[in-house]
Design a protein. Structure first.
Length: 178
């Protein structure tokens, strides 16, 4: 025998319930979107800083393992090349490794110290030596991005050691402080 389904036992949502759910979702999304965008920018800053730090460490390690001078060259200061770099053997000239600027950090701004320095040369002991072209050696790279709420710094010591830190952390006891 067939039974009729009563109208009180409807399965699903009414239009009013659906609109309330959509409105709540829109409010939550509008609150979360700015934080999500800042998180993406901070991720690009970290990606660029870690890439440069890894490139510097690679150049230093290759200089020691090959028992020769190796240079790390930061990409030109043009739009889209802020985090590009190349690691080269000085003599005989050859490229060991490189990174293009479009690998996840193309919206990051970098500044270098000393100004306009883009090259650092490591000797066979992993220390910093004078560049072959007598240009100033790179000793600090700062990274930031519009919309990001963090900046990072990569420093190179006289002994060739590389360190990434946060210049906004002022506590001397924090390992993230510069």
């Amino acid at each position: 025998m067939l039974t009729a389904v009563s109208k009180n036992n409807s399965l699903g949502f009414s239009l009013v319930e659906l609109m309330i759910g959509v409105a709540i979702l829109a409010i939550i999304a509008s609150i979360a979107l700015p934080n999500f965008q800042a998180m993406l920018q901070n991720s690009q800053i970290r990606n660029a800083a870690e890439s440069v730090a890894n490139g510097l460490q690679k150049a230093r390690a290759e200089a020691v393992s090959r028992n020769t001078n190796v240079t790390f060259i930061l990409g030109a200061d043009a739009i889209g090349t802020y985090s590009a770099w190349t690691v080269n053997v000085v003599n005989p000239a050859s490229t060991i490794d490189s990174r293009s600027s479009n690998e996840g950090s193309n919206k990051v701004t970098r500044t270098v110290l000393p100004a306009n320095a883009t090259t650092i040369t490591f000797n066979n002991f992993g220390g910093v030596v004078v560049n072959a072209d007598a240009s100033a050696s790179l000793n600090q790279v700062n990274f930031s991005a519009v919309g990001g709420d963090r900046s990072l710094r990569v420093t190179i010591g006289a002994g060739g050691n590389t360190r990434m830190c946060d210049p906004n952390v002022t506590s001397g006891s924090s390992p993230r402080a510069c």
